[in-house]
Design a protein around this ligand. Structure first.
Ligand SMILES: Cc1cc2nc3c(=O)[nH]c(=O)nc-3n(C[C@H](O)[C@H](O)[C@H](O)COP(=O)(O)OP(=O)(O)OC[C@H]3O[C@@H](n4cnc5c(N)ncnc54)[C@H](O)[C@@H]3O)c2cc1C
Ligand code: FES
Length: 545
């Protein structure tokens, strides 16, 4: 979040506002003691919480109230109005909460403190969050993977009161980082190494999360419950979470391993790419999907000449449809990118790459973004069921009891599509880490979050809710040109996913609509214990509506 002094708007809530100005189900942005504060009314209750999302600083008053929560307009984090807690990633920190005083009867208005009948006043900031019950179950939990899912799981375990040992083993040399930003702000030069970390070293130390970096797990013995590192060290576990993510697909062609050919997955990859970009004038990006195009946009921000090569004729057509794909191509062309589509690279040398038709493109930097493969080999060798991902049940437990999996590697039974799916989205990985952690502690919480991802290229942003691996209709409502539209993806009559361009509220509403669809089909879900469960929230909303 920006360190700049926050600009305040709306009324000073310490001076009171008339309750009638906050109808049921609405929010009011104001401020208290120099901080932006959100007042939200649900029925007879009025809540006051910090107004700025703790993820990237979105204004929460532009989000959506769902039950006693508010959802962030940008990347759909969910905060409790009662406690300020973040119930769902990607925000990891709570917002502040404030005491609200409501004056309903005349007898209470004659006090030394200013009070008007029918008004609500925001009083002092309330300290701390409610403490969870301590789970002193003495289970040693080992997490393999220090990425989105692994980090979210470790944090959630402590947050939920797990008091015993948590060991996080990460092959990465860097601490868990904001991977999506590597191709965006980090590569464009607006984020530093430090600001790109999810947490500081102190954070893990304070919470006694034993984080080992450069710790490559070579084997898991599920019979004797221990993992073994490549250097022979062993860690016994009571419960294991595998969150090994995905590895970039390597390009196989002559010159593919030259030093100026880069991939982007880790912070170290990002650092190396930035260093090379600083000394480059012309780049070729191989791959015209999300990472490739975000990289292209960020390199343009550094004024590097960029060419994009891809086998498709329209970028991202398969996922987003021809209209959006063509729009994105035009957007990049307007920013000076040259496309070479319907073709592939056949070789790379120190100064250029050669395409199938013999054309040579000058390149002192090559970035390859041709997809990733889930890192499932460890699970496979351990004997877990693997089929294009590690197979997990609705509680994210693998075929071996006591071994859970989350994030890019997990293929789970999705109740929206009725299929087993695996996605490569940051928010999904974090939410799976959170759910897996609660299930490790015995909550029996189904993983029901509706898949969500976003992309940012130049000043264009798109958010995608749902999952449409196969669709036959992409209906656009609004205008792509004006950057104000909703695209609905259907298969037959079934609505599978929605993409929104600068229509945050519509994206949130689509998420809630999908959650309600799941809730209607899930009679057993009433037993879900945790209010972080979107299905529980949706069921409560259905009952209330
Ligand atoms: C450049 C880039 C941009 C992206 N942009 C977006 C975006 O805009 N929106 C979006 O939704 N998603 C985006 N993604 C995808 C998103 O980052 C991933 O879906 C998410 O990080 C997956 O989380 P994960 O925890 O499963 O895996 P990861 O975050 O990859 O973490 C895996 C961890 O496991 C470790 N590991 C692997 N094998 C072993 C082993 N044998 N032993 C020990 N440790 C091991 C790795 O070192 C790493 O720490 C982007 C990804 C990249 C690379
Ligand atoms: S800014 Fe709120 S979730 Fe990202």
């Amino acid at each position: 979040m920006s360190e700049e002094k926050t600009k305040l708007s709306g009324p000073d809530l310490t001076q009171g506002v008339e309750l009638s100005t906050i109808p049921d189900g609405t929010m009011l942005l104001g401020h208290a003691r120099g901080e932006p504060v959100l007042l939200a009314r649900r029925g007879e209750e009025v809540f006051a919480i910090g107004a700025i999302c703790t993820h990237y600083g979105a204004p929460l008053e532009q989000g959506l109230l769902v039950g006693d929560t508010v959802r962030c307009p940008w990347h759909h984090a969910c905060f409790s109005l009662r406690t300020g807690e973040t119930l769902r990633a990607p925000a990891l920190d709570p917002v502040s909460r404030w005491r609200v005083e409501e004056v309903r009867d005349r007898a209470r208005q004659f006090t030394p403190v200013q009070r008007r009948v029918g008004a609500v006043y925001v009083r002092e900031k309330l300290s701390g969050q409610p403490s969870p019950a301590v789970h002193d179950n003495r289970i040693t939990i080992v997490i393999v993977g220090g990425g989105a899912a692994g980090n979210a799981a470790a944090e959630t375990l402590r947050h939920e009161g797990h008091a015993s040992r948590i060991t996080m083993l990460s092959a990465d040399g860097s601490m868990p980082c904001d991977r999506p930003n590597l191709s965006k702000g980090y590569l464009a030069g607006t984020a530093s190494d430090e600001s790109n970390l999810l947490r500081s070293a102190k954070f893990y130390k304070d919470r006694k999360i034993d984080l080992h970096l450069g710790a490559h797990v070579a084997a898991v013995d599920v019979g004797n419950r221990y993992v073994e590192l490549a250097d022979g060290r062993q860690y016994a576990y009571g419960t294991l979470l595998l969150a090994t993510g995905a590895d970039p697909v390597r390009i196989e062609l002559p010159g593919g391993d030259l030093p100026h050919v880069h991939y982007l997955r880790t912070l170290a990859d990002g650092r190396a790419l930035v260093a090379k970009a600083l000394a480059s004038r012309c780049a070729v990006v191989i791959g015209a999907s999300f990472i490739g195009l975000e990289v292209a946009a960020s390199l343009r921000a550094r004024n590097i000449d960029v060419h994009v090569v891809g086998p498709e004729t329209i970028p991202m057509e398969k996922i987003l449809g021809p209209e959006v794909g063509n729009f994105i191509r035009k957007l990049h062309e307007e920013h000076g990118v040259t496309f070479h589509l319907g073709t592939t690279a056949t070789s790379i040398d120190e100064r250029s790459i050669t395409l199938k038709n013999g054309e040579k493109i000058q390149a002192d930097l090559v970035v390859v973004g041709i997809g990733v493969r889930p890192a499932t080999s460890l699970a496979e060798r351990a004997g877990l069921a693997v089929d294009r991902g590690v197979i997990v049940d609705e509680y994210l437990e693998t075929s071996v009891p006591g071994v859970f999996a989350a994030g890019d590697i997990a293929r789970w039974p999705d109740r929206l599509t009725g299929e087993r799916i695996r996605v490569e989205h940051f928010v999904v990985a974090e939410r799976q880490g959170q759910t897996a952690a609660r299930n490790i502690l015995g909550h029996r919480e189904r993983f029901d979050a509706v898949p969500f991802f976003w992309t940012e290229q130049y000043d264009f942003g798109l958010a995608y809710v749902g999952h449409a691996e196969h669709w036959d209709k992409a209906e656009i409502e609004g205008s792509l040109e004006r950057r104000d539209c909703t695209v609905t993806y259907r298969l037959g009559d079934r609505k599978l996913a929605v993409a929104v361009v600068h229509r945050d509220l519509e994206g949130l509403r689509a998420e809630v609509e999908f959650e309600r669809m799941i809730a209607r089909n899930s009679p057993g879900a009433q037993t879900v214990q945790n209010s972080a469960s979107p299905v529980r929230q949706a069921q409560a909303a259905i009952r209330g509506s």
